[in-house]
Design a protein. Structure first.
Length: 64
């Protein structure tokens, strides 16, 4: 699943560590999500969308 978390995070001038702490996950989780190596749980996807003030569909796109 593709996402634009890295771009959103950088626009807010947040480090991966900062976002991880805010969301209650490890930096490695943020790295994996940003590199399309890990699809977050529904709960985490919703936390991410709430934090950035965007819908889940605006942040995550299914890869075809």
């Amino acid at each position: 699943m593709k996402n634009n978390i890295k771009e959103l995070r950088k626009n807010m001038k947040l480090r991966q560590e900062d976002l991880a702490e805010i969301l209650g996950v490890t930096r490695q989780t943020i790295i994996a999500i940003e590199n399309d190596k890990y699809d977050p749980t529904l709960e985490l996807a919703m936390k991410i969308s709430e934090f950035f003030g965007k819908s889940v569909n605006d942040i995550f796109q299914l890869s075809h």
